[in-house]
Design a protein around this ligand. Sequence first.
Ligand SMILES: NC(=O)c1ccc[n+]([C@@H]2O[C@H](COP(=O)([O-])OP(=O)(O)OC[C@H]3O[C@@H](n4cnc5c(N)ncnc54)[C@H](O)[C@@H]3O)[C@@H](O)[C@H]2O)c1
Length: 357
Amino acid sequence: MEQVRIGVIGCGIGAIHLEGYEQEPRAKIMAIAGLDEDRCAQLVQRFNIPQRYRDYRDMLENPEIDAVSVAVPNHLHAEVALAALEAGKHVLVEKPLARTIAEAEQIVRAGAVSGKVLGTIFDKRGRCDMEYVGKLAHAGYFGELYYVKAFWVRRSGIPGLGSWFTKKELSGGGPLIDLGVHMLDLSLWMLGNPDVTTISASTFAKLGPQGKGNWPRGRFQTVAGEEYGVEDLATAFLRTSNGATVQLEVSWASFMHETDAYGVEIMGDKGGARVYVKDYAKVGEVQLFSDLNGAMIDTTPRLYEQHSHGRMISNFMDAIVDGVPMSPNGDEGLNRVRLLEAIYESAERGRELEFGV
Ligand SMILES: NC(=O)c1ccc[n+]([C@@H]2O[C@H](COP(=O)([O-])OP(=O)(O)OC[C@H]3O[C@@H](n4cnc5c(N)ncnc54)[C@H](O)[C@@H]3O)[C@@H](O)[C@H]2O)c1
């Protein structure tokens, strides 16, 4: 079998992409690019990577590379993805697809022109717990779905005060664009991707500007004296075209009981489910809710860990090798960026906005 030859750009979450490619028989890891010597050198050693680049553009010139993962800070997604598509590579971009609608549209347009596969990483869809509940939702197990509550909250989890994450021009936003994009994507994916019709949201920046709320265990460097330029908490309420509603809550830092937790609760007229993931547990708590003979029934499925980035990478290989439509694709990435911008706009204007009109 001919393998797809892979280059990974970025050595942070890029390491998790490498894990995914390593366990995928249709992929062959060829190269890594990154500016940080130490992290790149460690990855070269750990994954036995034949080629190492500092400048991603040099990697893209290599005709032996068929596909790349883009795992660089958000402000570079568009630049790198566009260059990679231009160089004729298949491209898998970390979430969020881009900082702004304009950038995300450019990427999607370039993807269509290139004829190459363009995917967005929404890896939480590939977790065993979320995938299990998502598949049940799609199969109609819960009946007509009408309400999703999704959250990702941290007590003290700003990924590097003063780093690129906390600068609006580099990240595009705070926990909403960083964590909220996952939960927004999961909510809409579980609901079957209905159109969103209205959005009402609020954002706050209360702890970050005080220099509080940094992630103590983070792999991110703190840069002293930098202004905190993004929100640290956001809430949003969305209505969809099929009558369902989504309630979203995200924070990097807030005085609350969780250190780090995310989850989804989904409700239909025949049943419901709850997924709760505490402190990055590999397998979250899953409960299914239904009724039987007039009694309330709670079911707890036993699930096994699966590599969530690996699931996305397997979809990427299906698309490249067998022509299966990529999921999640660039259009879904763009849709989520549009929603994020509208959420920020609603928060700024302090009122509900119509979406997509
Ligand atoms: N899906 C997830 O669970 C998840 C988790 C973390 C981060 N992310 C996303 O991944 C992306 C990267 O985040 P991170 O946490 O790895 O950031 P990071 O700062 O830890 O790492 C960024 C990497 O990009 C490299 N880089 C920067 N500029 C470069 C350039 N010009 N050429 C080549 N390499 C360059 C850096 O050297 C570094 O290796 C972000 O978009 C973030 O939103 C996703």
